[in-house]
Design a protein around this ligand. Structure first.
Ligand code: TDX
Length: 531
């Protein structure tokens, strides 16, 4: 390793795939030291750089780009001649699920770095960005994005990157900060997280899973090998004109996702039965294509890696490095699974209805009938929990049978419950017995029968009472989130005058205990003061 000149330090901020490749390439061809700041969130695994553990040329610092104090202290200590900002939350699907982190890292983080660079008179700030800031092209157009294309980002991810690009340019125009920007098309190659398309396809096939293709699969990306991208950044760093933006793209044009998957299937000796078309990504950009003539003309750059050869090498890399991608894969697939649950949960949400008593929910589920009988989804816990805004962890399942004319209740317990009548005709009266509730004393009634499938979610503190109608026994399930303990049950007379429930029968069969239940006034005297 050559002499390290402290004034020539590079200060690299990176997080993940492209930064890893850049550092590894850089260290094979330069003597300059690299200061690598990374907060090691999911996309920035220290394992990427395991081979550099003992390399004195690579100084690793764990930290956040939003931490201005840290950045300023590092700039003062190392006096780097350039900052390269690779830092980004970069996965479109994650930005759709939770945009906030994207705004924080990509916009606020870039701002914090820019500001620190301005204060410390950094001589070159290079910002690594994406072609997605330009929005989407029509599938059949021959147009390409170029340096003059207007910004039209469509996803929270691309909007946050667009915001960061604007800030970088603003710091140049306003404060004269010496900046350059590269906007690259989709990268592939080693060390890319298995949540991104190409590694997801390869690692799914290695693990014997299907390949999920969004929508019709006719989405076009301008694939570039990461080494070509890193070479472009290196060139811009050394020869790029301050204040300029350079677009960087790949060799192959118009390869859609389906065609790309077919190439990978062929490389891996698999057939198209492995493909599974799934629900499309919302706001999915149709096509990206990059015109890289400017960087070619001015700096002599061109992409050197052809897709077929380098896709094969990328497959080989993933086949030989499962130690690296397996832990990330688990996290990535966990994320996708969670998204699938949320999507299917949305469908069930329309069956759950609020009532006039806060917290009391009526679930009117559909019945799917066929020659064998029917199938019914009674409850989806993730939907229920989202609506009640809390956990509903069932501790005990109960089955009750009532003979015709039996009334049970009215009981208010200290547990939450779900009631689902399975057979027979039933009438239920639910009264708000929560002393501090604005709807105290309010009653809702419901009829249940096989042809009228319903369930009730009854939060603790509501009085519930059920009555068997017709001539057959009624069977119902009730699921509770505490082990049953009758001692904390509050009970009110079924025919309490203040509640005034319109019972469909006059003379019910009651247990001895239910015959002796007190009135509402007696149980809650504080609610009847002066009445
Ligand atoms: O499982 C999948 N199935 C599928 O059909 C995944 C993960 C993706 N896709 C599709 C969506 C896109 O059309 O494949 C294409 C590529 O998807 P991503 O790898 O998620 O990339 P993309 O949405 O194109 O955004 C990328 O390009 C620019 C990167 O995520 C960004 O970080 C980069 O800046």
């Amino acid at each position: 390793m050559g002499l390290i000149n402290r004034l020539n330090y590079f200060y690299i901020n990176f997080k993940g795939f492209i930064g890893t490749n850049f550092i590894l390439d850089w260290l094979t061809q330069s003597d300059e030291e690299i200061i690598n700041l990374d907060n090691l969130t999911y996309a920035g695994s220290l394992e990427n750089l395991a081979s550099l553990k003992d390399d004195k040329q690579h100084v690793f610092i764990k930290g956040d780009i939003c931490d201005s104090t840290l950045i300023i202290s590092l700039l003062t200590k190392y006096k780097p001649r350039a900052i390269i900002n690779f830092a980004a939350e970069s996965h479109v699907d994650r930005s759709i699920a939770s945009p906030e982190e994207f705004v924080v890292t990509n916009v606020t983080g870039t701002w914090a770095l820019l500001d620190a660079a301005r204060e410390n008179n950094v001589k070159h700030f290079h910002h690594v960005s994406t072609d997605e800031v330009f929005g989407s092209l029509d599938l059949n157009t021959s147009k390409k994005f170029h340096e003059g294309t207007l910004y039209e980002p469509k996803s929270p991810y691309s909007a946050s990157k667009a915001g960061s690009d604007h800030l970088v340019r603003a710091y140049h125009e306003t404060y004269g900060l010496p900046i350059t920007i590269t906007n690259s098309s989709n990268n592939y190659g080693p060390y890319q997280d298995a949540e991104k398309f190409i590694p997801r396809v390869i690692t799914n096939l290695i693990e014997g899973k299907k390949i999920p293709i969004y929508g019709d699969g006719k989405y076009v990306r301008d694939w570039i090998h990461v080494e070509d991208h890193c070479r472009a950044i290196d060139l811009v760093l050394h020869k790029g004109k301050i204040g300029e933006t350079y677009l960087v793209g790949g060799q192959v044009k118009n390869t859609n996702n389906l065609e790309l998957v077919k190439k990978i299937l062929k490389i891996m000796g698999k057939d198209e039965n492995e493909i599974e078309f799934i629900t499309d990504r919302p706001g999915h950009d149709r096509k990206y294509a990059v015109d890289w003539r400017k960087i070619n003309k001015e700096l002599g750059w061109e992409p050197l890696h052809d897709l077929d050869t380098w896709l094969t090498k990328t497959v080989d890399w993933y086949m030989s490095n499962d130690w690296w991608w397996k832990p990330l894969k688990k996290e990535a697939e966990g994320f996708y699974e969670e998204q699938r649950d949320i999507k299917s949960a949305d469908k069930f949400k329309e069956f759950v209805k609020e009532t006039s008593i806060p917290g009391l929910l009526l679930i009117e589920m559909p019945t799917y009938k066929d020659a064998r009988g029917f199938f019914r989804e009674v409850t989806r816990m993730n939907v229920l929990e989202k609506i009640i805004g809390d956990k509903f962890k069932i501790k005990q399942w109960n089955h009750a049978k009532s003979k015709p004319k039996v009334v049970r209740g009215l009981h208010a317990e200290s547990h939450n419950k779900l009631i689902y009548p399975v057979s027979g005709k039933m009438f239920a009266a639910i009264a708000d017995l929560r002393a501090d509730s604005p709807t105290f004393g309010k009653v809702e009634t419901f009829n249940f029968s096989e042809g009228n499938p319903r369930a009730l979610y009854i939060p603790k503190g509501l009085g519930n009472s059920v009555c068997a109608l017709g001539t057959k026994n009624v069977n119902y399930l009730y699921l509770i989130d505490k082990y049953y303990d009758g001692s904390d049950t509050k009970a009110v007379a079924w025919d309490d005058q203040d509640l005034n429930i319109k019972w469909p029968i006059k003379k019910p069969i009651l247990s001895q205990r239910d015959k002796e239940n007190p009135t509402l006034r007696k149980l809650f005297p504080e609610r009847f003061v002066g009445k």
